[in-house]
Design a protein around this ligand. Structure first.
Ligand SMILES: [Zn+2]
Ligand SMILES: [Zn+2]
Length: 537
């Protein structure tokens, strides 16, 4: 018997983890960290809902922490199997997992200071940076499209999900008692037409589909021309003689910015003395992206002059790794673009750059990502005139500008269209990786629009996966109706065409051209009648 258990990202966005068990084997798709509310984060500390030593392998969709962040804990609890993932995700995990360990150490240190003062027991981090680093040797990269039998009777294939570089859709075939069942996990699905990454791959067929629904009940706003807006902001700031400070997430958003800057520099529409990338994590991520240019989309590849130089290494780009290098940037009075982390201004080096620029009317702070409630970024966005940084009161006199970053997730139309692109309708769709409301609304949409059986599993739900009879073409009720209507019109048209042909022939033979004229008038009458009907109905 094949079973699928939803161990995370069920009626919530984070903690992505699915347990697929057969008679003989057990594999996990993702093993992510729970993030967000205190109640959700609590799940990171308890025991896994399965015995980690019983797991044979992990397949990882991508390197975001909510998908891979509990892999180090899995090793600490006794799992010793391979983690299959795309080569870029394996590389990104090498920097992101130790970073996550470091963040947890710092958090626990802060909490323990409070706990010792309150006489409460001390906590230990879920894993440390060092422990995270020690599990990385088990990662086994596999290329997109490569089919691999990871265990007897279990084959997998990764396909580009277009979400972040290296992100994958996972196809799993399980053969039990001579019958094949296919389960497809969408992972996080990207938007169409994003820079750097390709569009999500269309999959032919699957018996069961597990799909994310982060934006399952939302449509993205009409995208503003991000590059054009960036150009205006740069020109204005440079004219005033200030610095342009951009808080940005290290993975993907920073590279999106470098891509946009490359386009503008190439056009010759902006002039900037220096561009600083001041975040060791962003520098390391950019380096990894540059080593894997073969995964870039065609547009991004075409930015590279000779096909090998990385399009993110712009002329005048200065990479700042050490604390000294970072501190030197604080002395720059104007004319520089400074990209730094964290993306929401609540930690890291960006706070120093804000301290040195917020009070200067000639500088600009450009927000390009989501700013969560309570963060310094959110307060700036909401127009606060005075903020506190490192215990010092700072006046906000710089321009605060917001450019809505493109989301790395498909919206409900994007998700629905991706399901539509299957050549055969999946037997059943499980909706996961979304807030409760988003998942349930999307489930309704999938069943009403596509006529597919859907389910929104609750956390820890187990479902049975049985071989299905497929070969049902993907047809929507509305598409069927349109097809019927189209075939009716087509039949009328064919009939008229035959009549017309016969009339024209006989008229020419009889040299009776009036006849043709009459027929044409008849057709005209018929067409007008049809048009009237259309308008009325
Ligand atoms: Zn993601
Ligand atoms: Zn995710």
């Amino acid at each position: 018997m094949i079973r699928l258990q939803f161990c995370g990202a069920a009626e919530t966005v984070t903690g992505s983890c699915y347990l697929l068990s057969t008679e003989k084997h057990r594999i996990l798709i993702d093993c992510g960290l729970f993030q967000g509310s205190k109640a959700i984060k609590e799940r990171n500390y308890g025991e896994f809902p399965f015995d980690p030593t019983s797991i044979d392998a992990v397949v990882l969709t991508h390197a975001h922490i909510d998908h891979c962040g509990l892999i180090p804990k899995l090793y600490l609890k006794g799992f010793k199997g391979p983690v299959y993932t795309n080569p870029v995700s394996a590389e990104l995990a090498k920097i992101l997992l130790p970073d996550s360990g470091h963040i947890q150490e710092m958090e626990v240190e802060r909490k323990n200071r409070k706990n010792s003062r309150a006489g409460l027991p001390l906590l230990t981090p879920i894993y440390t940076a060092e422990q995270a680093a020690s599990c990385l040797d088990y990662f086994q990269p596999i290329e997109y499209q490569e089919e691999k039998e990871i265990l007897p009777g279990i084959r997998i294939r990764l396909q580009d999900a277009g979400h972040i570089l290296g992100s994958a859709i996972v196809e799993v075939w399980v053969n039990e008692k001579g019958k094949d069942v296919k389960i497809t996990f969408s992972g996080d699905l990207g938007n169409l037409g994003q820079p750097i990454v390709n569009d999500p791959t269309e999959i032919d067929t699957t018996d069961y589909l597990v799909i994310e629904s982060t934006y399952g009940n939302r449509l993205h706003k009409i995208k503003e021309d991000k590059i054009e807006r960036l150009k205006e902001v740069i020109i204005k700031t440079m004219k005033k003689g200030g610095n342009l400070i951009i808080p940005a997430f290290a993975v993907e958003r920073t590279q999106d910015l470098l891509y946009a800057l490359h386009v503008l520099l190439k056009e010759g529409t902006i002039k900037v003395k220096d561009i600083y990338l001041d975040s060791p994590l962003a520098v390391a991520t950019t380096e990894i992206f540059c080593n894997y240019q073969k995964y870039f989309d065609t547009e991004t590849k075409s930015l590279s002059e000779d096909g090998t130089t990385c399009p993110f290494y712009l002329p005048g780009l200065r990479l700042s790794r050490t604390a000294e290098e970072s501190m030197a940037i604080n002395k720059i009075n104007g004319g520089a673009i400074i990209i730094s982390a964290s993306g929401m201004c609540d930690a890291g080096r960006i706070k120093h750059h804000l301290k040195h620029n917020l009070w200067r009317p000639e500088s600009t702070i450009l927000l390009v990502g989501y700013q969560a409630a309570g963060t310094l970024g959110r307060r700036l966005l909401e127009g606060e005139k005075q903020v506190r940084i490192h215990g010092e009161e700072i006046a906000v006199k710089a321009d605060i500008v917001n450019i809505d970053g493109f989301s790395a997730h498909a919206d409900k139309e994007g998700l629905l269209n991706w399901i539509r692109s299957f050549k055969e309708k999946p037997h059943k769709v499980f909706i996961t990786h979304g807030e409760k409301e988003a998942s349930h609304e999307f489930a309704k949409l999938v069943s009403s629009e596509l006529g597919i059986d859907t389910e929104v599993p609750e956390w820890l739900n187990i479902v049975e996966i049985t071989p299905t009879k497929r070969n049902i073409p993907v047809t929507v009720a509305s598409v069927l109706k349109a097809q019927e209507a189209a075939s009716e019109a087509e039949a009328t048209y064919q009939r008229l065409l035959v009549q017309l042909k016969a009339l024209v022939e006989t008229s020419f033979v009889k040299k009776d051209y009036n006849n043709i004229n009459n027929t044409l008038k008849q057709i005209e009458k018929l067409v007008n009648q049809k048009l009237m009907e259309e308008k009325a109905g």
